[in-house]
Design a protein around this ligand. Structure first.
Ligand SMILES: Cc1cc2nc3c(=O)[nH]c(=O)nc-3n(C[C@H](O)[C@H](O)[C@H](O)COP(=O)(O)O)c2cc1C
Length: 322
């Protein structure tokens, strides 16, 4: 009987020690296909953006993806350049498709092995990628890598291009795909599905704030953003947070945000609003594996180490003061 009591006590402690972000991501994984896919994606390893562009539109998209993911970039150049004029270029693409040609690529990626993810970009030509893209992809060992295509086009979606590429690479799983339109929010939202494109919060101007935790004062800063200001307007704010594996989390906040503010992943010391629970979160551990935590709105950062906060126990009373 005593042993049974002890087991029950240990089990209830374990439940308390699981942070809110973990609890809910588990719930989501159990209840929805959308949440499930988000659970399994992780931004890890080096990233390459490889692209072909004839008139610069895809080049711009590629450079945006590079900026948002911190990737290396490689321009795919056909050894025999495509005709610049539309009609002969279209004719060549038609002939290439008919012949299932593999136009040679000039140059190679120096060390493809180092990349875990390759974004591959192209203009849609006659409903699919220029055949030089097939040549490029077929010339590397891509099995086990994540291959994510993107395109630009006069209006045609990417789907038929993916079908054609997948035929040429039966052993490689080609994921997702986006027709990039120049809408930065759309691009960011798409990249976030793969765990990329976190808002570069470090570079934002900051507002000094105080966190009084269990009576002890900690210096922090809030970003100069709408969500952070919408919360600060309500200061002083009292919240009780519970400690989990990754964070202290709790409260029921009212934060104004739009989709563009929403990020995935965190750094230890980040102060965030977690949308599903309307919670205030102080992240303390596990930044290296944080890409599976989404629906976060960055608010600010603790100045200095979070160890002093961790030392305060499993439940903390926090007052956010201007
Ligand atoms: C030969 C050729 C064929 C094209 N075929 C299509 C097409 O089938 N569907 C479409 O929406 N746009 C088509 N376009 C338009 C291009 O996909 C679009 O302008 C693209 O953004 C150009 O990218 P770039 O500037 O990186 O070369 C075609 C353009 C060319 C030159």
């Amino acid at each position: 009987m005593k042993i049974l009591k002890l087991i029950l006590m240990i089990m209830s402690c374990m439940v308390l020690l699981v942070g809110c972000t973990e609890n809910a991501s588990q719930k989501q994984a159990d209840t929805g296909a959308k949440a499930k896919s988000a659970e399994f994606v992780k931004a890890e390893g080096k990233v390459l953006v490889a692209y072909y562009s004839q008139t610069g539109t895809t080049k711009k998209a590629a450079e945006n993806i590079q900026r948002l993911t911190g990737a290396d970039i490689f321009e795919i150049k056909p050894a025999d350049p495509y005709p610049a004029a539309h009609a002969p270029c279209l004719e060549r693409q038609k002939q290439d498709i008919k012949a299932d040609a593999r136009p040679a690529v000039a140059g190679k990626v120096a060390d493809m092995k180092q990349y875990k993810t390759v974004f591959v970009g192209f203009p849609v030509w006659y409903y699919q990628a220029p055949m030089v893209i097939n040549t490029f992809l077929e010339s590397y060992e891509l099995e086990g890598k994540r291959i994510i295509p993107f395109c630009t086009s006069g209006g045609h979606p990417i789907d038929s291009s993916i079908v054609a590429l997948q035929k040429s690479l039966p052993k490689v799983k080609i994921e997702g795909g986006l027709r990039v339109t120049g809408d930065e929010n759309e691009l960011k939202n798409w990249l976030q599905k793969y765990g990329y494109a976190q808002v570069q919060t470090n570079s934002k101007a900051s507002v000094p704030v105080k966190l009084v935790i269990n009576g002890k004062s900690f210096e922090a800063m809030f970003y100069d953003t709408k969500p952070a200001h919408s919360l600060l307007e309500q200061a002083p704010i009292n919240v009780q947070l519970n400690r989990g594996r990754r964070d202290f989390c709790g409260g029921n906040l009212n934060v104004q945000y739009t989709q563009v503010d929403v990020v995935r992943g965190y750094k230890n010391g980040d102060l965030m609003y977690w949308i599903p629970g309307k919670n205030f979160v102080i992240f303390t551990n596990g930044e290296e594996n944080s890409a599976d935590v989404g629906e976060l709105v960055p608010l600010g950062k603790v100045n200095g180490s979070v160890q002093d906060i961790l030392d305060l126990g499993d439940t903390i009373e926090v007052v956010i003061k201007k």
